[in-house]
Design a protein around this ligand. Structure first.
Ligand SMILES: C[S@@+](CC[C@H](N)C(=O)[O-])C[C@H]1O[C@@H](n2cnc3c(N)ncnc32)[C@H](O)[C@@H]1O
Length: 290
């Protein structure tokens, strides 16, 4: 008998309800497996999270969080700090129930598809969407950008973050990650310890596993899709993939100082690192009505 067809969106929703947004240790969700939570990377990751604020209006009435998840990292709350309401839109009801706990009276929860937003045009003074559009087909990713743009008020901007399918920078420096992982394995064998890879297994240091359906894109696709339709800019969010971070940067090997250096390079070359690093920060701006 044929199985009923489950759409990608149903798969994704099911994954986040049943797995991704389940708390594992009372503090972190399963989804946090895809982040580097080690203290050596904390400062770098914290500063990258805060980059989002630079491109949003500092205050306003409604901020849209498209694919909010449970608002799992404290920095995410800063985006709506001076807004009256943060509208969290997500297909996962578990995500929204968790997000409610963190947003209190400021949070307005809406079960919605980011490719088909149930809001009127020009409704939001700002919008963010982090690590969500990559769960959509490319056709729907284009729609999600259009929808985000449609609901932005004139003069407002949105920040969209997703990983590229491939990062030339991570590819170029991949040998360092492989070398470090090799050394780590050798050391463990010599000490008679169980060898465990530094990161969850992935084919290349630029790969970011997500546990469910994803389609990544590249700068050429983004420029072709958004070009002529909206004002946008590709900047850096984080040039380092999680696998690369875990393999290369360690407390005892000056990891913190090295990451400060990396951050400085990203600040100096935001466009280059945005297009060539692992995670771009895409700013979409809607011109003010004249
Ligand atoms: C990787 S999580 C990111 C959550 C949050 N933005 C963050 O950075 O932690 C992706 C989120 O997008 C939601 N999502 C996936 N596809 C969606 C869609 N078509 N419409 C709305 N939300 C969606 C998932 O339910 C999940 O909560």
């Amino acid at each position: 008998m044929m199985q009923p067809h489950k759409s990608n969106k149903e798969d994704v929703r099911h994954f986040y309800d049943q797995v991704g947004w389940q708390l594992e240790d009372g503090e972190h969700y399963q989804n946090a497996h895809y982040e580097d939570l080690r203290s050596v990377s904390q400062e770098y990751i914290h500063r990258c999270h805060l980059r989002v604020n630079r491109h949003l209006k500092p205050n306003g009435r409604f901020l849209l969080d498209a694919g909010s998840g449970p608002i799992q990292y404290p920095e995410y709350l800063t985006y709506s700090e001076h807004y009256h309401y943060r509208v969290c839109a997500d297909i996962s009801i578990v995500a929204l129930k968790e997000a409610r706990k963190r947003t209190g009276a400021k949070g307005l929860m809406v079960v919605a598809d980011v490719a088909n937003l149930p809001f009127k045009p020009d409704a939001f003074d700002g919008a963010v969407s982090l690590h969500t559009f990559h769960h959509l087909s490319l056709e729907d990713q284009a729609r999600a950008y259009d929808e985000t743009y449609r609901v932005l008020a004139p003069g407002a901007s949105a920040v969209v973050i997703n990983g590229w399918s491939e990062s030339p920078l991570m590819k170029r420096w991949g040998w360092v990650a492989r070398w470090m992982n090799g050394l780590r394995g050798l050391r463990a064998r010599l000490l008679g310890k169980n060898t465990r890879p530094a990161a969850k297994p992935a084919a290349s240091p630029s790969e970011s596993p997500t546990g469910t359906f994803t389609v990544k894109n590249d700068p050429a696709w983004l420029k072709k899709t958004l070009g002529g339709r909206m004002d946008f800019e590709i900047l850096v969010w984080r040039s380092l993939s999680v696998n690369f971070l875990r393999a290369v940067f360690h407390e005892k090997l000056g990891g913190r100082a090295l990451l400060r250096w990396v951050y400085k390079q990203e600040e100096r070359n935001p466009h280059y690192c945005g297009e060539n690093g692992q995670y771009p920060l895409v700013v979409v701006r809607k011109q003010s009505a004249t």
